[in-house]
Design a protein around this ligand. Structure first.
Ligand code: SF4
Length: 345
């Protein structure tokens, strides 16, 4: 899966909300659009369709994502002997609070006990670290079912790579989708094959498209991971990625800026001056450009992220998540646009 960042406590916003009775599949537009004007935070302006808002529409309230490291590896790290994607650090995509030596149910129980008590909260076990379909189906079934045994679970999220999805795995996820809503999060990062080669993703865009369509045919929800600011990419390439994703039957998107962590291949490139990272304001402008080109009902799971402070080399501005979120709101307000404003249906 794409390089995952801390998945906790993100503040999300929405552009348009669907009524609770409406479907939110990629091919449908919401019948009613209403801005979020609840004013809980300075940054809540209703400019894109957040994961939290989707959960309120779909499940009637907040759904807490519970990150799991089930001890999977990643085919891109194992087989290519090059350390995987150039931005991937030694931790892969593990959330900092996860103890991968515990069982799935132990991790979930611990995480729930750490959360602030909230009435009627629902849960979404999130297989996050590395490639969570990289195992025989019998093992996947056991681990996913263990996660679903947690009371209050309404959703299962599985992060993986598009080239690590056998038919039998998709069939298993489709079967579980009869019990809870299953989301498949697929790492992509860019729709440009040249970029995918440069960052050593180990698959091309056609592979990603096939995986999205195969999952969509089984009625799974599918989200893409995208990085803005990849080496060799400018605004043109980022917009091409947005347009390419807007044309696929995707249900969700997660976006963050390229950042460099210690132990990654990119760390050496940065120190040698071979790559340049985006400044915050440039990232904000590109993110707004990107969101404007997506369908209004595509769930935005993330527009910023932060690597753990102890391994982040640069940029330091991504640690100030709230300032990035606020700047995105302000940029949209300045433009008078929002998610979907430039979407071509
Ligand atoms: S090497 Fe594997 S775990 Fe690391 S970012 Fe790439 S796909 Fe994810």
């Amino acid at each position: 899966m794409g390089h995952e960042l801390r998945a906790v406590n993100f503040e999300f916003r929405r552009v348009k909300s669907l009524s609770k009775k409406q479907s939110t599949t990629s091919n449908e537009q919401p019948a009613s659009a209403r801005r979020l004007q609840r004013g809980r935070r300075a940054t809540s302006n209703g400019l894109y369709y957040s994961f939290n808002e989707y959960c309120r529409d779909r499940f009637g309230g907040r759904v807490e994502r519970l990150a799991i490291d089930a001890g999977f590896s990643c085919p891109n790290r194992i087989s290519r002997m090059e350390g995987g994607c150039v931005y991937c650090g030694p931790r892969g995509s593990r959330a900092p609070y996860v103890d991968f030596q515990q069982s799935v149910s132990e991790q979930l129980t611990k995480r729930i006990s750490e959360l602030k008590p909230r009435p009627a909260v629902k849960y979404a076990p999130y297989f996050q670290a590395y490639s969570n379909t990289c195992a025989p189906v019998s093992k996947l079934r056991r681990l996913y079912q263990e996660a679903l045994s947690v009371s209050g679970t309404v959703m299962l999220i599985v992060g993986t790579r598009p080239d690590c999805l056998e038919q039998a795995t998709l069939d298993l996820l489709a079967e579980l989708n009869e019990r809870v809503e299953v989301w498949l999060e697929l790492g992509l990062q860019s729709a440009q094959d040249q970029t995918l080669k440069r960052i050593k993703r180990g698959h091309d865009f056609a592979c990603f498209s096939r995986a999205v369509r195969a999952a969509h045919r089984r009625k799974l929800k599918v989200a893409a991971h995208v990085i803005i600011g990849l080496p060799g990419e400018g605004r043109r390439e980022v917009m091409m990625t947005a347009e390419s994703l807007a044309a696929l039957p995707l249900d969700g998107i997660k976006i963050h800026s390229l950042h460099v962590v210690s132990g990654s291949a990119l760390a050496a490139d940065l120190l040698a001056g071979r790559i340049k990272l985006l400044g915050r304001d440039e990232y904000v402008r590109l993110t707004c450009d990107f969101l404007e080109r997506l369908p209004v009902n595509m769930v935005v799971g993330r527009v910023t992220g932060e690597a753990p402070r102890e391994i982040l080399i640069a940029p330091q501005w991504c640690l100030d998540k709230m300032s990035v979120l606020k700047a995105i709101d302000e940029e949209f307000a300045k433009r008078g646009t929002r998610q979907g404003s430039k979407h071509r249906s």
